[in-house]
Design a protein around this ligand. Sequence first.
Ligand SMILES: NC(=O)c1ccc[n+]([C@@H]2O[C@H](COP(=O)([O-])OP(=O)(O)OC[C@H]3O[C@@H](n4cnc5c(N)ncnc54)[C@H](O)[C@@H]3O)[C@@H](O)[C@H]2O)c1
Length: 267
Amino acid sequence: MSNGLLKGKKGIIFGALDENSIAWHIAERAVEEGAEIVLTNAPVALRMGAINELAEKCNTEVIPADATSEEDLNNLLDKAMEKFGGKMDFILHSIGMSLNVRKKREYTNIKYDWMQKTFDISAISFHKLMQCAYKKDAVNEWGSILAMTYIAAQRTFPDYSEMAESKALLESFARSFGYHWAKKNKVRINTVSQSPTMTTAGSGVKGFQEFYDYSNNMSPLGNADAASCADYCITLFSDYTRYVTMQNLYHDGGFSNMGMSPDVLNM
Ligand SMILES: NC(=O)c1ccc[n+]([C@@H]2O[C@H](COP(=O)([O-])OP(=O)(O)OC[C@H]3O[C@@H](n4cnc5c(N)ncnc54)[C@H](O)[C@@H]3O)[C@@H](O)[C@H]2O)c1
């Protein structure tokens, strides 16, 4: 299905690792809707190979960038602008990784140098990316920048650990940078708070399957899947949402406004 919502638009997609990745679905949908894209991921993720399949499908190339490196980000933005023949219209930040979660450290026994690295990868990279692009004036008027987040930024989900604070920081960067970029040239910045989704990053959280089922039962529409998330993100990149900025937008089947669900009691 294509409605040409992104016809003539150009953008960079971060974070497609394999076909389960949320960014993978968004990249495919963006191209279906008429966009020209550049894909990027950390050099180590590129070695796994799957992203090259996506690049072939999307008729594009992969430009490696470690999102914590300003040098890599500047190089990526320069190369993307060269390929596009000018500025871009959208950027997706779909990056998350927690060292303490991965190494199974309890929240009450955090290693702080790992925590700093987690914040750097999962949140500060968003500010770095935006600052590099802002300084280069790389985004067209009414452009749209999105980052993926989770409701653990607002409520406590114990096994989400330090990723909760990462997401709180990420969402705050969207609001603060959203002000400055709206004033500069009407660029809008939002975060999309997505349902639990079966991906590499998602399933790294302890007890993910049980948690996924709980959330599915709590949400009157059920968990939103990655393909539906892609549909939503396309609308946010399109011209139909031009006055939406500095928002954290729930794409979660209703989960965020539920108190109790009989389906959960029956589990
Ligand atoms: N899966 C879920 O349940 C869920 C729910 C809500 C939000 N999210 C968020 O969605 C986003 C995408 O995650 P996903 O679930 O698609 O998992 P994923 O594992 O497919 O994607 C995470 C991506 O981050 C990339 N990455 C890690 N370190 C990087 C670095 N230094 N530089 C550049 N890229 C780097 C990985 O290579 C990978 O492509 C994340 O922000 C995640 O927190 C996921």
